[in-house]
Design a protein. Structure first.
Length: 307
């Protein structure tokens, strides 16, 4: 009788990019638009902003379920007219991304019948650009020209944002286009920015957590940064040194530990999926995966619903 041993491979820590970006942008929605889309910022009444529930669409051709990450409803300044703002963080390169944005736009417009401002945030470390418009035309007729706004972080010069007391810009420095030699300077400028802001502890922890997830200095770099801090004017250096260590510790916990735990959970669920498809007993699956019987049953029910 043959026996099989299921082993969970150790993979690099899972980072839930969508969750991190969604939390950052929803918390600092107005500041995000102000920093990166100033023209659009000028005509939005942010006091009316509210976030709508996540929309889930099925791509019938590809057989995939897609989720709209951020959808906000706002009013135009001085008007009762409503505008929807769809923000889609994208953590990997996808050549046909512009088609997906158009499909999202079409589905959202079909449901809400309101003007929609589509925005994409590219956070992957590839400078290659994706098309930012989808055009359908014939010799006799231009049928469609769909465009969306985009923020390709790796192609942004981080130095252009360090003089803004903007929490969204400060956090996103960690994903902009800096070299290995500039890592210490980017972290230093991040600290200088947040030391000038008056934020409550929860928001400060969020910023730290986001930044530390994507740009974490090693011990040697931290030592170099401390030397750079000591060269600053005393008043500014004191402000940075007075930043509570608990913010950093909490930030790391929020930005990394929670992401790792969620990643491990996803890996376990995938293993359970595979074992269920092989027809193994629920008791054996629970024992091997480390999940409870109730959790395995729930995964099985979801799997049955997809079939």
């Amino acid at each position: 009788m043959e026996s099989s041993l299921f082993v969970l491979e150790r993979k690099p820590p899972y980072i839930d990019h969508d969750r991190l970006f969604k939390e950052l942008i929803q918390t600092f929605f107005q500041e995000f638009i102000e920093a990166f889309f100033p023209e659009e910022y000028s005509y939005i009444n942010f006091s009316t902003a509210r976030f709508l529930e996540q929309e889930i669409f099925t791509d019938i051709i590809k057989g995939e379920r897609r989720r709209i990450d951020i959808l906000a409803e706002v009013n135009f300044k001085g008007e009762d007219k409503i505008l929807l703002i769809h923000i889609e963080p994208q953590s990997y390169y996808q050549q046909e991304f512009h088609e997906r944005m158009f499909i999202y736009y079409s589905r959202l417009y079909e449901k809400h019948r309101k003007p929609i401002l589509p925005i994409a945030i590219f956070s992957y470390n590839d400078r290659k650009e994706v098309p930012e418009q989808l055009t359908v035309k014939f010799p006799s007729l231009s049928v469609l020209e769909f465009r969306y706004l985009k923020l390709h972080l790796i192609n942004k010069n981080w130095r252009q944002f360090i003089h803004k007391d903007n929490p969204a810009a400060a956090a996103l420095l960690s994903k902009m286009g800096y070299t290995e030699e500039e890592r210490v300077q980017v972290k230093l400028e991040f600290l200088r920015m947040v030391s000038r802001m008056e934020l409550n502890p929860a928001k400060m922890e969020l910023i730290y957590g986001f930044f530390e997830t994507y740009l974490k200095l090693n011990d040697k770099e931290e030592e170099q940064m401390n030397k750079e801090v000591s060269k600053l004017p005393k008043e500014e250096a004191d402000r940075i040194l007075e930043l509570p260590n608990s913010y950093i510790e909490k930030g790391i916990e929020i930005g990394i530990k929670e992401g790792i735990e969620k990643g491990i959970e996803k890996e376990r669920e995938q293993v359970v999926h595979n074992m269920l498809k092989k027809g193994l007993s629920l008791e054996l699956i629970a024992e091997v995966s480390g999940l409870s019987i109730d959790k395995v049953v729930k995964i099985k029910d979801n799997l049955d619903g997809e079939i």
